[in-house]
Design a protein around this ligand. Sequence first.
Ligand code: FES
Ligand SMILES: [Fe+2]
Length: 432
Amino acid sequence: MLSEEKNRQLTQVGPGTPMGALLRRYWLPIAAEGELDDKPVKAVRLLGEDLVLYRDLGGKLGLTDRHCPHRRADLSYGFVEQCGLRCNYHGWLFDEQGACLEQPYEDVVLGNVRGRVTITAYPVRALGGLIWAYLGPDPAPELPEYEAFNWPNGFRQVILSHIPCNWAQCQENSIDPVHFEWMHANWSVRLKGANGPYGPRHLRIGFDEFEHGFLYKRIREDTDEKHDLWAVGRAMIWPIGIFLGDHFEWRVPVHDENTLSIAWSFQRMPLESEPFVQARIPYWYGPIVDEAGTWISSHVMNQDFIAWVGQGRIADRTRERLGRSDLGVGMMRRQLFADMETVARGGDPKGIIRDPAAAKDVRLPLVHADRYRTGMARRDLLAHPVLGRHLKGYPYQFGQPPELLEEIWRAAGVTRAQLGLEQAKAPVEQTG
Ligand code: FES
Ligand SMILES: [Fe+2]
């Protein structure tokens, strides 16, 4: 339980708030790189700021204030030039540093006596098929290049969804092992119309801190201390991510009542398809409700979305009753409050990387490392109880475009018939 004041501190992310100041110390993923291939200018709302993201004709990325400093037109309707973004109202042109390069009419009548104009601009970079932004003070820390981004011979995809609630309740889910048993395993049984059998019960859970976040560990009725789920654990990436081996998820704070869910998925292609190099990383937006407006509950992340949004636009933590399964949630909150104080004192919060060498190929705790670092023959992949199922469709979120799935099958050299998909529908995978 938190006081009203503490709940506000935890959830308000706009400029000038303590949490806003903390989150501005990190590089945050804000879009799929492929979005700019389709349309080079994109309106972005991040940490309560209205911004515009673009890639100019020279290939440079920019992230600036959404509103033109002339008469406040919306720059997401602007157009890109060889260098920079031009406002579609009177043609003022801005580069990625925020300098106004041209004011077409003023340049004619005033020449170089026209006043200097600038616009707010933030550093922005592409990595791993994602666009990352940094909204904090200089100098920016290093952008971590996770090992998974460099794994060879994999099919990657990016999945985005707009979630109408505050980011913190989404991220509390990243340190919550027990919800998996109920929300995913057992609820899925009931959703299918059966009353059982239920999944294995949690017998023990544990939490550890590590350099880049926190780990949660579990022992279930069907596993023991030697199992990777206890020996390695799952990694919550500080402060807004989680890494589950075959995918990352980030809960990107749009504003106090909205979050952008970004997932990055990796599927190792079979040895027979090597070398497999992806020319571009595809992306798709996953719907969260169906045509009737009913929440989609068929996939793991969709189930999580239902939990997060069900807690309210901003979860009222003055009325919660934490239990023994919530030790990780408590750890996360304590660290966030400590980090807010550190930032207020001018220090670096948890997980910031300043050494460029330390930001290269960042290794994270990894369960089933051999699945990703080492390939597997096509026959073994098809027969694999988990990876074989993953070939039948994206397991974690509803809405994968069929043509993208077919692209994966072509890359992997597998057929619908080999996957047993002539009639059957892809089952729901459960990992978390
Ligand atoms: S409002 Fe942008 S150029 Fe006039
Ligand atoms: Fe979950």
